[in-house]
Design a protein. Structure first.
Length: 550
RNA sequence: UGGCCCAUGGUGUAACUGGCAACACGUCUGAUUUUGGUUCAGAAGAGUCUAGGUUCGAGCCCUAGUGGGCCAACCA
């Protein structure tokens, strides 16, 4: 691992070997603030920021805010929070909109050099003249418009003298290029929309291709890394750079890697926002969403996300990674840090018939066997307890390690008990289990009996002192393993991806603050979603690995 | 009737730029365990899309084919 370099790092090393100065390396993460960042962005963030660490190079956070109709400040703020939460620090925070004036001047320069012109056709006409991937495009009738006229109209466009759609500025490249993007791409369009940063100052906005490479150039980004679908843009990226006034500065280099895809989820902001619009999820940070904010709310540690994307690697191959790989890194982290606690969700009563009425005793429990520094706690034990319904069967085969009539099981942190009989309701459902306990088997008492092995251990909670908790349980949002490929996304939605259940918990948990992560023993990992006015709710992060074949 | 990119166990990523295909997840054993968790030990599973070629030698290089992805927004 230590010596391994992914292909991006190899490109950088090659550049360094060819004489590129190490202290001129500079990277950037350039999101458009038109939605929340998702796990796919974590890959790009981690790639760039880790490169920054490795080469001791600056990494800018740049908002690619060239389309005011989709962008807003809330998204900007959330993106900043996400990156901080992941633990990365950007060196400069930049905005493409900071460069609007420079971009505008350079656009004039291109017109003057006969490299751009104003096209006054409707967008449909321009589109139809583009041709197709297999047939060349045709020149616009405005392609040879005198540059003075283009300059005049372009200036008037900025002054707001022309309506939306009446003119665009186009680069003059090659209408029969094999690369569709080189067929005189649009550089500017008229948009009478307020921008979240520049307000009403501008009514013309640069397109992505015109803004992005030039922003990289202004910031002197050495390696501009993006996902594979931008590969065809590379020609244009480089063409624009070569049209700028010569300044004896480094030209940034665009390189592309495969985006991250995961099974049973989608990674496109457009489709993600569709889920919100259709009220399939509550918001961008719904715990079922693959967004950073959603995963955070779900209880995924930031470290897990980073470990996961690092292991997923950087390559150029299309991929769909198993969601279980992410869950592995989530459990790995949570196992180390989470205090353990006993919570019963589908409760039945357990009565210890040979335990004194009205007696309560305090037992000691280790908070986290993986981390001694988390100490111990007290739990209350009595004659009347709750256990999990699925932990009792009247009879069962020997593969069932839990409680059956006549068999022994240990109550975690307490005593060994033996089920004697059970009480059923008129429907034949078990509502109460009666058992006896072995007083000498008390946990931690150091007696011979306390060390006795029994084949099962189950969790429990004292009825009287337990507190009520609410738990949100989640399942995957899609039925389809590859929802991205589904033609009808909304039809492959899992209709029961969220369930609200209630549980009974030992008291220890009541002190946990919002955001605290915990393991409900034998159940899984949970995060406190709310703890106010005596009401506690949790989000289930992920279940424990379960090796029991039912 | 185009151009560009890609192709390695179930999944993802490697293979010191040509030298007997490795790591992680997952799966399966076994041990430990007061969580059917954790931990530990071990196993199975690909001969690298196909066909040619170069070479003493090819997963790596070349050619063709096949399969997949991307490209015709005044989105990014």
């Amino acid at each position: 691992m230590s010596n391994y370099k992914n292909f991006i790092e190899q490109i950088i090393e090659d550049d360094l070997n060819k004489g590129y100065k190490r202290d001129e390396l500079c990277f950037r993460f350039p999101p458009e603030p038109n939605g929340y960042l998702h796990i796919g962005h974590v890959k790009a963030i981690t790639l760039n920021f880790e490169l920054g660490k490795k080469y001791n190079a600056p990494v800018n956070l740049r908002f690619d805010d060239t389309n005011p109709v989709k962008e807003n400040t809330h998204f900007v703020e959330e993106i900043k929070n996400n990156i901080k939460w992941l633990g990365y620090e950007w060196s400069k925070i930049c905005y493409a909109s900071d460069y609007f004036e420079q971009l505008y001047k350079w656009a004039h320069y291109l017109i003057l050099n006969d490299k751009a012109y104003i096209d006054s056709q409707a967008s449909e006409e321009i589109a139809s003249q583009k041709g197709t991937p297999t047939s060349p495009g045709t020149n616009s009738p405005f392609r040879n418009r005198p540059k003075e006229e283009s300059i005049r109209i372009f200036t008037e466009m900025r002054e707001g003298k022309h309506i939306e759609g009446s003119h665009v500025l186009r680069a003059k490249i090659k209408m029969d290029s094999q690369n569709m993007l080189m067929r005189d791409p649009v550089m500017y369009r008229i948009l009478f929309k307020d921008h979240h940063r520049t307000g009403s100052k501008w009514c013309i906005y640069p397109m992505y291709d015109w803004a992005h490479g030039e922003s990289d150039y202004i910031e002197q980004i050495s390696h501009s890394l993006c996902t594979l679908e931008f590969k065809p843009h590379r020609d244009l990226y480089e063409w624009f750079l070569h049209q700028l006034p010569k300044e004896n500065k480094n030209l940034p280099k665009q390189r592309e890697f495969a985006r991250l895809n995961m099974s049973y989820t989608i990674m496109s902001k457009r489709k993600l926002s569709l889920l919100i619009e259709n009220k399939i999820v509550s918001s961008w940070d719904d715990p079922r969403m693959p967004t950073i904010s959603g995963m955070r709310k779900r209880g995924y540690p930031s470290k897990s996300l980073i470990n996961f994307v690092k292991k997923a690697g950087i390559a150029k191959r299309e991929n769909i990674i198993d969601f279980s790989l992410l869950e592995f890194y989530v459990r790995e982290e949570l196992n180390k840090i989470c205090p353990r606690v006993m919570v019963v969700t589908d409760a039945i009563k357990l009565v210890i018939i040979n335990y004194p009425d009205g007696k309560y005793e305090s037992l000691e429990a280790i908070n986290n066997p993986e981390d001694e520094s988390q100490g111990k706690r007290e739990i209350i034990f009595s004659k009347h307890l709750y256990i999990e319904r699925e932990d009792f069967r009247e009879t069962a085969n020997r593969k069932f390690f839990r409680l059956t009539i006549g068999k022994e099981v240990r109550l975690k942190n307490a005593y060994i008990i033996k089920a004697e009989n059970c009480i059923k309701n008129e429907k034949g459902e078990v509502i109460e289990v009666h058992c006896t306990y072995d007083p000498k088997s008390k946990s931690g008492s150091n007696s011979e009996e306390s060390k006795r092995k029994v084949k099962g251990t189950i969790h429990w909670v004292d009825i009287n002192s337990s507190i009520d908790v609410k738990i949100n349980e989640f399942d995957r949002l899609f039925l389809n393993e590859k929802p991205e490929e589904s033609h009808d996304l909304l039809n492959s939605i899992n209709s029961v991806s969220k369930k609200l259940i209630v549980g009974k918990s030992e008291q220890f948990i009541s002190s946990f603050k919002k955001g605290a992560k915990v393991q409900f023993q034998r159940k899984g990992y949970y995060i406190v979603d709310n703890n106010q006015n005596g009401s506690m709710s949790f989000n289930k992060t992920v279940g424990l690995r379960d090796g029991w074949k039912k």
